[in-house]
Design a protein around this ligand. Structure first.
Ligand code: HEC
Ligand code: HEC
Length: 183
């Protein structure tokens, strides 16, 4: 993986057939175009700069010749080295959603709060959050994903709650005992 110094973010917006460079953050219809300096806030050095197309996101794919595992195929045609470490593929779970959307910042050395949301991390959902917004990490996380205000997560480049993501998290994150009951 190249050092992050090798990458820089550039924002372009369409105007008719022209792609115009725009260094400041702006709105385009329903979308927020992040400012150039904002790219790197999510595309962190800790995550190697690139957030998508990780090995664990490459599963079966329907090629002309049939359905094959993409990693096996890319190894077969020599694009990927043969001696890759086995990784657990991401599924459609809440943990996979958190990995894709949040783990660029929330991984060791990724942001200034100690929270590892990578797919493989061990998480105590019922521990108290460092920064409040609920009694448990589970509650704080749901509150942050469910708001577009102070404390929202992700913290930038979005002003709409991902309702499908929120429902997935509500359904799948293990529930915690009611603090009132434990005295
Ligand atoms: C709010 C966080 C966030 C910001 C800000 C952001 N990105 Fe991303 N970006 C992501 C995530 C998350 C993915 C991977 C999505 C996936 O796994 O499919 C991604 C994917 C990409 C990709 C595909 C390659 C890759 O890393 O997966 C490119 C290229 C990209 N972003 C460019 C930019 C540029 C340029 C900017 C600034 C104008 C920017 N991004 C700002 C979160 C962000
Ligand atoms: C651009 C980097 C970035 C991204 C992307 C991001 N976060 Fe955060 N997160 C932070 C920072 C910085 C803080 C600490 C400051 C704050 O509370 O706003 C934080 C704090 C938190 C906290 C509080 C932890 C505690 O112990 O109190 C939770 C929970 C959280 N984020 C969840 C998420 C979730 C869920 C996502 C994905 C939907 C996400 N974050 C995406 C940077 C990020």
């Amino acid at each position: 993986m190249p050092a992050i110094r090798g990458y820089a973010g550039y924002s372009y917006r369409w105007e008719g057939d022209d792609a115009l460079w725009s260094s400041a953050s702006r709105r385009s219809g329903e979308h927020i175009l992040p400012a150039q300096g904002e790219c790197i806030q999510c595309h962190t050095e800790a995550a190697g700069g690139v957030l998508g197309l990780e090995l664990n996101q490459l599963g079966d794919f329907s090629y002309e010749a049939g359905v094959y595992d993409q990693v096996d195929t890319l190894q077969y045609i020599g694009v990927l080295p043969a001696d890759l470490q086995e990784v657990e593929p991401l599924d459609g779970s809440a943990r996979a959603w958190l990995h894709a959307n949040c783990s660029g910042c929330h991984r060791p050395d990724g942001s200034n709060v100690e929270l590892d949301l990578r797919f493989e991390a061990e998480i105590d959902w019922c521990a108290p959050p460092t920064l409040g917004m609920g009694d448990t990490l589970r509650a704080a996380l749901l509150a942050r994903v469910g708001t577009r205000n102070a404390g929202q997560m992700p913290p930038l480049a979005t002003d709409q709650v991902d309702l499908e993501g929120l429902e997935l998290l509500q359904a799948e994150l293990p529930s915690c005992p009611d603090p009132e009951d434990s005295g």
